[in-house]
Design a protein around this ligand. Structure first.
Ligand code: NDP
Length: 337
């Protein structure tokens, strides 16, 4: 085993879209393992839009990544060495660590053992059975609570969370409409994920989007799974039905810019609608249940999920930026070994 660790550090707080000079790839000596600690050889890191928020020095649900620290990310890997009870060399673990080749962890911390025996790839613990899958699962089953015959609109629909949400909506008997960027992604929505209709938002005004949403949802919208925000959300709000529910999962269109806000909030009053923001961590004590439910659907061949794997820690930034260009085709994962 090497005693060196390559780490992707935050050097400066990004202003707008992150750039190369905001980060540094460094090689450091691995510190000695202390009692209670174990060392993880990270195989894969999950590149999530949420990481962008953690780079800002702004109040949030987690402290910002400190300047000089490695960029926080969920990883899956193998215990390389252990002085912690319950973890031995060779065990597979997942946890909230960082974009680095090795992470130091401790028993009782954010890393847990995983059984990769029943999955075709450990990456599934970062996608369909990880936070992304659980966000879709609990967002649909606990926040939106769909009923057969309702109309559900999903934004960011061709992405990791959105593609799963749409499929869960279809299984609940909803008419599901997805908004995504570009004709290829829209074709994937209907052809691969079974959405009833797809709307390409690129290059469109709020008015044009509203017209297309109206055409795709002639009976109005009962349920919204919002991943994007901005003019798409504003256009969506114009089509809500009475007592509609909006699950506010993410606002990716605003992560690298000033908040756009929402200008049609009055529609919530007009339609007695509810907006419910949520974080997947709310459901921490039910993760095992959610992962088992998603694994069962995958096992039965009822859920399609895609992973987009980029290779090498040197590619951390370009791979991360793909999330904001929209050039990821599924859950964005960085392969580290
Ligand atoms: P995705 O796999 O969906 O990748 C991001 C996608 O967002 C891109 O492919 C792109 O798709 C779209 N996008 C990026 N920038 C813009 C923009 N300016 N306007 C419109 N669309 C844009 O990522 P995830 O599935 O991991 O995440 C989706 C959302 O879910 C994010 O908002 C994320 O923060 C949120 N999330 C929230 C969680 C929670 O606990 N609340 C947990 C996990 C994720 P396209 O090509 O279609 O534009």
């Amino acid at each position: 085993m090497t005693d060196r660790n390559r780490r992707f550090l935050l050097k400066a707080r990004p202003n707008g879209m992150p750039k190369t000079s905001d980060f540094a790839l460094v090689e450091e000596a691995l510190p000695d393992l202390q009692p209670g600690q174990f060392l993880i050889r990270n195989h894969y890191a999950s590149l999530d839009p949420a990481i962008r928020g953690w780079l800002d020095d702004a109040p949030s649900y987690m402290p910002p990544v400190a300047l000089g620290d490695p960029v926080r990310a969920s990883t899956v890997g193998v215990v390389a060495e252990s002085k912690a009870e319950g973890f031995k060399a060779g065990d597979w673990v997942m946890g909230l660590n960082a974009i680095e080749e090795y992470s130091m962890a401790q028993a009782g911390g954010f890393s847990q053992l995983i059984d990769i025996g029943n999955v075709s790839s450990p990456t599934h613990f970062l996608s369909v059975m990880g936070a992304v899958g659980l966000t879709a699962y609990f967002g649909v089953t606990e926040i939106l609570k769909p009923e057969a015959g309702q109309t559900m609109l999903v934004s960011g629909a061709a992405g990791a969370v959105g593609s799963l949400v749409g499929q869960l909506g279809k299984q609940a008997g909803c008419r599901v409409i997805g908004i995504a960027g570009g004709p290829a992604k829209c074709a994937r929505l209907t052809d691969d994920y079974g959405f009833d209709a797809a709307i390409d938002y690129r290059g469109k005004s709020a008015e044009a989007l509203s017209d297309e949403i109206g055409a795709a949802a002639p009976k109005g919208i009962d349920l919204v799974f919002e991943n994007v925000g901005g003019i798409g959300l504003d256009a969506t709000l114009l089509h809500l039905n009475r007592f509609a529910r909006v699950a506010l999962c993410g606002l990716i269109s605003e992560y690298n810019s000033e908040h756009y806000g929402a200008r049609n909030l009055w529609q919530l009053i007009v339609h007695s609608a509810t907006v419910r923001g949520f974080l997947i961590s709310e459901f921490l004590d039910r993760f095992a249940e959610g992962a088992a439910a998603m694994a069962k659907l995958v096992g039965e061949g009822r859920l399609r999920f895609d992973e987009h794997i980029e290779e090498g820690i040197d590619n951390a930034l370009p791979a991360f930026l793909r999330l904001f260009e929209g050039s990821n085709q599924g859950k964005m994962i960085l392969k580290l070994i």
